[in-house]
Design a protein around this ligand. Sequence first.
Ligand code: PLP
Length: 404
Amino acid sequence: MSDKSNLQINGGEPVRTKPFPSWPRPTEAMKKSLIHTLENERWGIGSAAVEQFERKFADFHDSQFALAISTGTAALWVSLKAAGVKAGDEVIVPAYTFVGTATAVLMANAVPVFADIDESTLNMDPALLDDLITDKTKVVMPVHIAGNPAEITAIKQICDRHGIAMIEDAAQAHGTEWEGRKVGAFGMGGIFSFQSSKNMTAGEGGAIISDDEEFINKCFSYQNAGRVREGDWYEHDHLGGNFRLSAFPAALLTAQIESMEKDMAIRDANAAILDSGFEKIEGLELLQKYPGTTRVSHHLYIFRYLKKYFDEKSREQFLEALNGEGIPVYAGYVPLYRERLFIVNRAEYPWLEGVDFEKITLPVTERIADEEAVWLRQNCLLGSEEDAMDILQAVEKVVNAFSN
Ligand SMILES: Cc1ncc(COP(=O)(O)O)c(C=O)c1O
């Protein structure tokens, strides 16, 4: 039998039929923490569980302050408002990210300006920033995509030169490090998400971290009905919402901080197995790391598939064949500006007068999203060495079949 007919999609036996470790994954520590909070603590305002989580998460992420928030998207909106973003201001975001990075900008009545990405890391390309900055730019928001850090030293230098704020979207970067320090507070602040897929999760949840007390106090206000830290209960300074985190997700999250290192080490080891196998395969490109990178969270394992090495077989054919072999890979994001939400109704969004997202074309984002990116979720890296070897074997089987 030739390599081609061996593929499961052609009727052959798949490499793997076992599922990968499921996610989210309850632990005894999480159950204990949850029950303790349920029976002993306030469930909302004034909850010791929320305060404890904020303190421990700030410590864990090498920052002075943390504020727990209901979701990552709410954390983005709150941080933009606290950074002083006003109607009509511009916020630079990468075009290759989760939609929330850009919708939070629209929700702050501001204009998302899409930056193209660096094909080697899939992060915002700092070399393009100077050309995108205008006198309306208030914030640059790099995203640490897949938990692989953006070039935050270079981006921060550009922001400093122009007198604008950098806020990191670290929604996928729990435990990610830059120059030996965890990401999130390199600029004005940074946000995290604890939604179900994330490496630390409470089903839903978010946080902002910062070393800037004035900024975090403003975040508190926008998160908490416009209240003033240390102010009266019915004293409202800003147009804020209720984006507080309840005590139960906080209890779940605190319990996970302890076990993060163990999970990270497992993901690191399995990612290293994949890296060393894939780098020998011509036509598969691993994500590169900027020199400042000291730890990657591996929220996603992303690599690039270059069809010219595989008889012009498309990335979609590669995904289909690999899924047939029992490996749940998928294509990931589309270029954000193509989403229907950006075909905007000017009557509803008057500050977008003159902005036409439909005219945008960003060549690297489009090539990566349309043709090259292959994604694997973080829980596929949480299994045994044999699980990682199955992934490698399945990829080798498919590329061999495609090369014949
Ligand atoms: C890069 C990025 N930014 C923002 C978010 C929004 O977080 P949430 O889903 O908690 O609102 C997510 C996650 O979903 C994300 O991956």
